[in-house]
Design a binder for this molecule. Structure first.
Ligand SMILES: *[C@@H]1O[C@H](CO)[C@@H](O)[C@H](O)[C@H]1NC(C)=O
Ligand SMILES: *[C@@H]1O[C@H](CO)[C@@H](O)[C@H](O)[C@H]1NC(C)=O
Ligand SMILES: *[C@@H]1O[C@H](CO)[C@@H](O)[C@H](O)[C@H]1NC(C)=O
Ligand SMILES: *[C@@H]1O[C@H](CO)[C@@H](O)[C@H](O)[C@H]1NC(C)=O
Ligand SMILES: *[C@@H]1O[C@H](CO)[C@@H](O)[C@H](O)[C@H]1NC(C)=O
Ligand SMILES: *[C@@H]1O[C@H](CO)[C@@H](O)[C@H](O)[C@H]1NC(C)=O
Ligand SMILES: *[C@@H]1O[C@H](CO)[C@@H](O)[C@H](O)[C@H]1NC(C)=O
Ligand SMILES: *[C@@H]1O[C@H](CO)[C@@H](O)[C@H](O)[C@H]1NC(C)=O
Ligand SMILES: *[C@@H]1O[C@H](CO)[C@@H](O)[C@H](O)[C@H]1NC(C)=O
Ligand SMILES: *[C@@H]1O[C@H](CO)[C@@H](O)[C@H](O)[C@H]1NC(C)=O
Length: 375
């Protein structure tokens, strides 16, 4: 059994959406073909199961850029919704895609408002540090990535819905479905058909889903930048209590709720960032109930996360501040201490950091742009 806390992709492929018909890439989700399922050398080590209070395994699946209302009207989503809990007040933390992926594992998007390649220094911790501190295993499955541990900015893959189109270029790490299957370049119905092909059968496969597995199906951001940035999210998997299946939960959640939910479930430490901000990090309700965590009543979610490019941070070239320490006094939903990464200067907090600088006006870029240059 493996805990799979966070799985992400990043995008930034600038192509227009195509109206394409989904063609199953193989006979089933476990059957390989030329454009489906990479080579597995079976090297993922089996580790001991670390039981959680509400689930033993969490699988996050993120699709791309689709508005809540168009997602909620699709047949595939409606069928899945009847098997799980629909979250209708779950909001992304900003635009565009990449900062949402970073936020969901790091508890902050560090002022980022683009989809370029960045490297983040090792003193800035992620949920992986929290999990590893408790020996909870994790993995990231990234469709079409050329090999395990790929750290490059991009790689190419055939566009199998249109073989005369140029190859797709995929950017960055953390992929889930590829850019066709996740709906970014196609449509929500296409993504729905992909889900029918891939997720629906796996939900009845005991190696994927059992009574201790929670599957979170979400979108990274709402497509309409001018709208409230909330996204359709479903909680699936047999860890969802029977009596809650087919229900809707209107508690205000964000991508930081993924962190707080994992922290609460395993009694982890925290990152001392958005994951400990009580407004932004409500724990999924059935997990809050199982762990005795009290959620915050957020009456208006209206514009809390409708921010793009206006938040100062180490990844914002026009409002640049260095990477600062988290709030080391914060207590998250897991109750444990704030994780202190290697080389973290805990005294260098946001309060003592210099005011934001406009690097663009000095013809400079942020120092974290581009690949890491040494280990
Ligand atoms: C997301 O996009 C839809 C448009 O489909 C919009 O109506 C909605 O207000 C946005 N936010 C939410 C909460 O769905
Ligand atoms: C994690 O595993 C290591 C190596 O087996 C062990 O020394 C350590 O005590 C374990 N930590 C926890 C929190 O279980
Ligand atoms: C499997 O692949 C990984 C990543 O490429 C590599 O590090 C590892 O050595 C391989 N294991 C075997 C048994 O070939
Ligand atoms: C892909 O990345 C390489 C460097 O890693 C770069 O030279 C190349 O221009 C990139 N291709 C695209 C299409 O962005
Ligand atoms: C397929 O790709 C080619 C080359 O980019 C393009 O001209 C054509 O319109 C595409 N076909 C469809 C159905 O999108
Ligand atoms: C969200 O922010 C964008 C960019 O600042 C703005 O254009 C848009 O009107 C805002 N949306 C709402 C619903 O306030
Ligand atoms: C929590 O996040 C909200 C929304 O971004 C922000 O207004 C508030 O100041 C944050 N609270 C703390 C304690 O940082
Ligand atoms: C984190 O490390 C980076 C790179 O060494 C450094 O610039 C930054 O000041 C450090 N931040 C803290 C809070 O330790
Ligand atoms: C930063 O500088 C650039 C270039 O001079 C300018 O266009 C931009 O408005 C400035 N942004 C801020 C937030 O000061
Ligand atoms: C930035 O670059 C532009 C164009 O190369 C130049 O005109 C300008 O003087 C430079 N500004 C600074 C502050 O160096």
């Amino acid at each position: 059994m493996y805990a799979l806390p966070t799985i992400l992709l990043l995008s930034a492929v600038l192509q227009v959406a195509v109206q394409a018909q989904f063609v199953p890439p193989s006979e089933g989700p476990l059957v390989a073909s030329t454009n489906y399922v990479g080579a597995s050398n079976g090297s993922l080590p089996k580790t001991q199961l670390v039981p959680g209070k509400a689930f033993n395994r969490i699988i996050n699946i993120w699709l791309e850029n689709t508005d809540f209302l168009s997602a909620v009207s699709s047949v595939a989503f409606n069928e899945l919704a009847s098997q799980g809990i629909l979250l209708d007040q779950y909001c992304a933390v900003t635009h565009p895609s990449e900062p949402n992926y970073i936020g969901a594992i790091g508890g902050d998007f560090f002022g980022l408002s683009d989809d370029n390649l960045y490297h983040i220094p090792p003193n800035i911790s992620t949920v992986v540090d929290l999990l590893e501190a408790k020996n909870i295993s994790w993995a990231s499955y990234q469709e079409n990535m050329p090999y395990d541990g790929f750290e490059g900015f991009n790689f190419s893959s055939k566009n199998y819905v249109n073989t005369s189109a140029p190859d797709y270029v995929f950017y960055w790490v953390f992929v889930t479905p590829n850019m066709v299957n996740d709906g970014h370049d196609t449509s929500v119905d296409y993504a729905g058909q992909w889900l029918d092909f891939w997720l629906v059968p796996l939900l009845s496969n005991p190696n994927f889903n059992d009574d201790q597995t929670l599957v979170v199906l979400a979108f990274d951001e709402n497509e309409s930048y001018t709208e409230n940035n909330c996204v359709l999210t479903l909680l699936l998997g047999d860890a969802v209590p029977q009596n809650l299946r087919g229900t809707t939960d209107s508690t205000y959640f964000t991508h930081y709720s993924l962190l707080s939910t994992v922290e609460a479930n395993w009694g982890l430490g925290s990152l001392g960032r958005g994951d400990t901000n009580k407004t932004l990090s409500n724990v999924f309700s059935f997990v809050a109930d199982a762990t005795g965590y009290t959620n915050t009543d957020v009456s208006s979610n209206s514009m809390l996360t409708n921010a793009t490019g206006t938040i100062p941070g180490p990844l914002n070239p026009v409002l640049y501040v260095p990477f600062t320490a988290p709030n080391t006094a914060a207590v998250g939903a897991g109750g444990g201490p704030v994780f202190i990464g290697p080389g973290l200067d805990t005294s260098f907090t946001a309060d003592v950091a210099p005011p934001p600088v406009n690097l663009t006006a000095q013809n400079k870029t942020v120092p974290w742009l581009g690949p890491r240059t040494s280990s």
